[in-house]
Design a protein around this ligand. Structure first.
Ligand code: HEC
Length: 112
């Protein structure tokens, strides 16, 4: 029992130090592909699955969306400098790093 608790604490410490490293190294840390896809999946609810809007939809598709524009727009929604109906609320849920990761993901996708 004692051993199990000790191991648990060590695992916890390892996780905590990994998180710490992630923050400390910032830009250079790679985000696991699955995590990126799950971040991006939440955008699909409105912008279309896999970055592609449904045919005839008025929604802006995100596949191939220019990286810098995505970062700028998301930050503008977040700080309120771009007015929005919903994106200002959504953008608030993402850190700069997550926005960059999303921008990298979508720019690398092709429109079908
Ligand atoms: C609930 C629906 C919804 C979700 C979810 C959503 N969006 Fe949006 N998005 C919108 C709407 C609506 C607009 C138009 C601006 C507004 O009125 O909010 C928009 C606009 C944008 C724009 C600006 C497009 C342009 O060229 O003007 C970007 C970039 C964007 N969204 C990215 C994202 C990303 C990235 C995600 C996922 C993190 C996301 N959106 C999730 C509804 C949504």
């Amino acid at each position: 029992m004692k051993f199990a608790m000790y191991r648990g604490a060590r695992v916890l410490l390892a996780v905590v130090s990994l998180v710490g490293m992630t923050t400390a190294t910032g830009q250079t840390t790679s985000v696991p592909a699955l995590q990126v896809r799950s971040l991006a999946a939440s955008c699909g609810a409105c912008h279309g699955t896999d970055g592609a809007a449904a045919p005839g939809a008025a929604m802006i598709p995100l596949a191939g969306y220019p990286r810098e524009a995505m970062v700028t727009q998301m930050r503008a929604f977040r700080d309120g400098s771009r007015a929005a109906t919903v994106m200002h609320q959504i953008a608030r849920g993402y850190t700069d790093r997550q926005i960059e990761v999303l921008a990298d993901y979508f720019v690398s996708m092709r429109q079908p």
